[in-house]
Design a protein around this ligand. Structure first.
Ligand SMILES: O=C[C@H](O)COP(=O)(O)O
Length: 253
């Protein structure tokens, strides 16, 4: 278990203002679990409202445009999400890669925009089931990361990695613990090679893919698993807090 696990809820395209009491409940309970760092990434429309609603937990965005401003109808810049209260942005989620054709060049530009706006990035990576079954999962995931990891000195302050096998997202299937540990170990070695061990060892690596209160403990205990990126189970305070408590080892304080 990481010294201070990082548990991030990604609400994806879910949530109206009716969800604000869930955010408030998550925040209030998280104040009693200081040994876990908790954050929520609501849709753009709720970032400011959630930011105003909470005191303890972090608030982030699920995406940003690579540009600073201008004629991009319907887009939202990193400066805008920062202004709304976001302290981080999720980039490269497989749903955006699939739904919007996002590639590494675009993601690198988005990452630059986020860092210039002074917000951190959660960089997502993960393989399809076909890639896993062909035995190429590790090469694929490390390749994704090599293409987007930024060439900066303070990477540990700016970047978190989230490994999410695509076939485990929203399916109720989680990867085998041995496979998670092996992939996180490979990602750690890549981070150490890229940034040196002092920095590489401090960059957090989250696991995502059907993390629930009843499997969180087993996953979070694995070596090099520093937290979780949670989708479906972050939509109610009850299930999300179940994961937060599992990360705390069930002990508040
Ligand atoms: O960003 C979160 C992940 O895609 C995991 O989603 P899930 O917990 O619903 O499987």
């Amino acid at each position: 278990m990481a010294e201070r696990p990082y548990i991030v809820g990604n609400w994806k395209m879910n949530g109206t203002r009716a969800m604000l009491p869930e955010a408030r409940a998550i925040d209030r309970a998280s104040q009693r679990v200081m040994k876990v760092e908790v954050a929520l990434a609501p849709p753009y429309t709720l970032i400011h409202a959630v930011h105003r609603e909470v005191e303890q937990i972090g608030v982030g965005a699920q995406d940003c445009h690579p540009g600073e401003d201008g004629a991009h109808t319907g887009d939202i810049s990193a400066n805008m999400v920062a202004d709304a209260g976001a302290k981080f942005v999720i980039l490269g989620h497989s749903e955006r890669r699939q739904d919007h054709g996002e590639d590494s060049a675009l993601l690198s530009a988005k990452l630059d925009a986020a860092l210039n706006a002074g917000i951190r990035a959660i960089l997502c990576c993960g393989e399809t089931l076909t890639t896993r079954e062909s035995g190429n999962a590790e090469a694929f995931v490390l390749g994704q990361l090599r293409e987007i990891l930024p060439d900066i000195d303070n990477a540990a302050d700016s970047v978190t990695v989230a490994y999410e096998p695509i076939w485990a997202i929203g399916t109720g299937r989680t990867a085998e613990t041995g496979d998670i540990e092996a992939m996180h170990g490979s990602i750690r070695r890549l981070l150490n090679d890229t940034y040196g061990e002092e920095t590489g060892s401090q960059i957090r690596i989250l696991y995502g893919g059907s993390v629930k209160p009843d499997n969180a403990r087993d996953i979070l205990e694995l070596e090099n698993v520093d937290g979780a990126l949670v989708g479906g189970a972050s939509l109610t305070a009850e299930s999300f807090l179940g994961i937060v408590l599992a990360a705390a080892g069930d002990n508040a304080d």
